[in-house]
Design a protein around this ligand. Sequence first.
Ligand SMILES: NC(=O)c1ccc[n+]([C@@H]2O[C@H](COP(=O)([O-])OP(=O)(O)OC[C@H]3O[C@@H](n4cnc5c(N)ncnc54)[C@H](OP(=O)(O)O)[C@@H]3O)[C@@H](O)[C@H]2O)c1
Length: 347
Amino acid sequence: MSWSVDRPMARQIQLTRRPEGALSADDFAARSVPIEPLVDGDYVVRNAWLSIDAATILRIGDLATGYLPPFALDSPMEGWAVGSVVESRSSRFQVGTPVLHNYGWRDHTVLSDRVTGWGAGEILDVGSGRSLRDYVGRLGTTGLTAWAGLVRVAAAKPGDVVYVSAGAGAVGGMVVQLAKARGHIVVASAGSADKVAYLIDELGADAAFSYRDGPVEAGLRAAAPDGIDVYFDNVGGTHLDAALQAMRAGGRVALCGAISTYAPDSTEPGVRNLFSAIAKGLTLKGFLARMYADDFDTARAEIAALVDAGTLRFPEVVSQGLDQAPAALLDLLHGGNIGKILVSLGI
Ligand SMILES: NC(=O)c1ccc[n+]([C@@H]2O[C@H](COP(=O)([O-])OP(=O)(O)OC[C@H]3O[C@@H](n4cnc5c(N)ncnc54)[C@H](OP(=O)(O)O)[C@@H]3O)[C@@H](O)[C@H]2O)c1
């Protein structure tokens, strides 16, 4: 099989240094590298959409977190991407096949059908009202993380009071809406008055507050005066501390992320209220969405039903062009987004 190569080079974003202070666009470079000739099993995906994800910031540092390893310097960065096969020596991934994979931050990615498992190429169902773009958003890791954390990790029950931090972000906004659809009482927090209004007026949260208006524990006490049963933690630090204090006996915490601690210059204090977990018999459980891969079909069906019913809001902030990816990541870190941040590669 051949591909008339009008773009023999792949453009990619590389990390050029590990910042010691604040992360900046100068820590990244866009570089072009040749696409090597394929061997049997290889295929080339021309990426159409890149997902911008908070966890990317973790891999810019060199902490041994047990998550994916730190990015190597002067090598392509990674992250979720969708696109179509444009050249192939694979029997499974033929030219035109829509593919999801975790080797984005570049316009073309060479994959191999010899590599399987998490992050390797997954053939997508883009029929029946589903688009490529959905798989870096509501039907991708964003939606699946929200579903797995709420349903499997926290095992939220009807009538539970569910608190979610970073509620106006991509994962948080999905949690708010899934929780409302499942009959929970939902409290959310975010970093501005606009986001608080969005949480209540657009997403249907029962109460919301801005953590910038005062201590998180005061905001949470006002929003949920009788306490909470579930905390979906996207932020960590003082948010987790306040949630532990607000928990009712037997409450559950889904530890999804800790974005307040990700920036290289973060000064977020550690958790002081851990004894609450002992005193109230709480369960705190960390998770990665991929640990619930067996549930993905169920989760996608539940999310798709909300999409089909026209009730799911999923705003997207779209940057145009690969070179904008570092700025988009900085925007996420600084709370510039309502909803999901994507980069369009213009195809
Ligand atoms: N466990 C998993 O498998 C998994 C998968 C995907 C994502 N995650 C986690 O889910 C969380 C959300 O990720 P996302 O990709 O959907 O990003 P996002 O929520 O769309 O964007 C991040 C948001 O975090 C908030 N934020 C940033 N710094 C903060 C701080 N110091 N204190 C409080 N809030 C802060 C900002 O909103 P404000 O304006 O509200 O500050 C920002 O919009 C992250 O912790 C991420 O690591 C986990």
